[in-house]
Design a protein around this ligand. Structure first.
Ligand code: FES
Ligand SMILES: [Fe+2]
Length: 399
């Protein structure tokens, strides 16, 4: 098993000392992350299927920034993004419903009307405003772009770096795989009492699978050949990273439900691929392991996509304080063709939910102890190299 990144990042470069925990508890560190990272990078907000048709709109919050974003789809299909802030006296232009289909949006305070291009088109009693031009008071835009059907915005209207350049090599490595065929089938939302890095760390290594997840998924992941669930390779980019997670324990005795899921479902109990990886782009299961389960694709800072042969799970980690994170999870699967597939896919969704609860419970306990400052560091193994990398990247951005 590779012990360091397969594209040249060595443990020497990332260091081997224990990593300090103060970046996970210090309120000042969180404020610096907000200003120097979250306000300066592309952030995933939603999926193209959230607003598929011309005229569709959606209001999504970006909790770390303390804002809401109004996304619209124009007649020609293009997407636009605006701060959901009325340019009169800053009311929220849209309160509810938070999605739908509309040509215009009317602010509930004094009735200013904006169109889906963000232009201010109507002002009641307009003559009472002096030296006033409607064209100067359109909604404030954000940059918007998409990758593999995921919709990203940038808090600035004209960022220095395009989304394509921001993703860079990771986009080349991962695009063109199963993502575009998948449709959302479930969403989870929670506010967890954990620092965003501590929380997403739990989704960047498989070292904990055999112990923490022994009641849920460990049986199908842990095998005699790979008793500690070593990863199947990592790839570390300037900001982002990929980690391959292996599974497929040939000795696992599936329950009847698991047998059904194995035949029809996908995911951890999915149909064996038998080495048929041709439909995967080179960056997914880069080492072409037969027991590959899925790749964890981390898009810095707070978006992770776990991509399997026929499913994907996305995670958005939105810090709102040093020790609190708004968390959104979406499950994407291929449209079920039969009732058996539907049942099996539903089992996968429930299994993921139960597994995630185990992660929440443990990371909240870790956070409480980190807050005490008693230990103050974390020694990280070679299996936890992706965590080490992310702490380095955050540190670099804060400088
Ligand atoms: S605040 Fe929106 S119309 Fe006055
Ligand atoms: Fe986990």
């Amino acid at each position: 098993m590779p012990s360091s990144s397969d594209n040249g990042y060595s443990l020497e470069e990332l260091g081997t000392n224990p990593v300090p925990t103060f970046p996970c508890v210090d309120p000042g560190y969180f404020l610096a992350e907000k200003e120097k990272i979250f306000k300066r990078v592309w952030l995933n907000l939603c999926h193209e299927t959230d607003l598929p048709n011309p005229g569709d709109f959606l209001v999504k919050s970006a909790p770390t920034l303390g804002i809401e974003v109004l996304l619209t789809r124009l007649e020609g299909g293009e997407l636009r993004a605006f701060y959901n802030i009325c340019t009169h006296r800053n009311n929220k232009v849209i309160r509810s419903p938070k999605s739908g289909n509309a040509r215009t949006f009317s602010c509930g305070f004094h009735g200013w009307v904006f169109n889906s291009q963000g232009e201010l088109i109507q002002v009641p009693d307009e003559d009472e405003f002096v030296n006033f031009k409607k064209c100067s008071f359109g909604l404030r835009p954000l940059a918007i772009d998409t990758w593999e059907n995921f919709v990203f915005v940038h808090p600035e209207e004209a960022p220095e770096v395009s989304l394509q350049d921001w993703l860079g090599e990771i986009s080349v490595d991962v695009s063109g795989g199963p993502l575009k065929k998948l449709r959302p089938t479930a969403k989870f939302h929670a506010i967890v009492e954990v620092n965003w890095k501590v929380f997403s760390d739990a989704f960047c290594e498989a070292y904990h699978v055999g112990t923490l997840h022994k009641r849920s998924v460990a049986g199908s992941f842990i095998s005699r050949e790979n008793p500690f669930c070593h990863h199947g390779g990592t790839r570390i980019y300037e900001n982002h990273s990929i980690l391959s997670v292996l599974g497929g324990n040939p000795d696992h005795q599936p329950t009847n439900a698991e047998k059904l899921v194995g035949e029809f479902g996908g995911g951890s109990y999915g149909k064996g691929l038998n080495g048929a990886f041709d439909h995967l782009p080179p960056g997914l299961n880069r080492a072409r392991h037969d027991s590959w389960n899925f790749d964890i694709v981390n898009i810095f800072p707070n978006f992770a996509v776990h991509i399997g042969a026929d499913f994907a799970y996305t995670y958005n980690f939105w810090p709102i304080s040093a020790a609190k994170t708004v968390w959104d999870v979406s499950i994407y699967q291929e449209p079920a063709k039969t009732l058996s597939e539907e049942v099996a896919q539903n089992y996968m969704r429930v299994l993921l939910r139960d597994t995630l609860r185990e992660d929440v419970n443990t990371t909240e306990a870790s956070q409480q102890n980190m807050n005490s400052g008693v230990v103050g560091t974390m020694p990280l193994s070679k299996q936890e190299i992706v965590l080490r990398h992310r702490y380095k990247v955050v540190e670099r951005w804060l400088k």
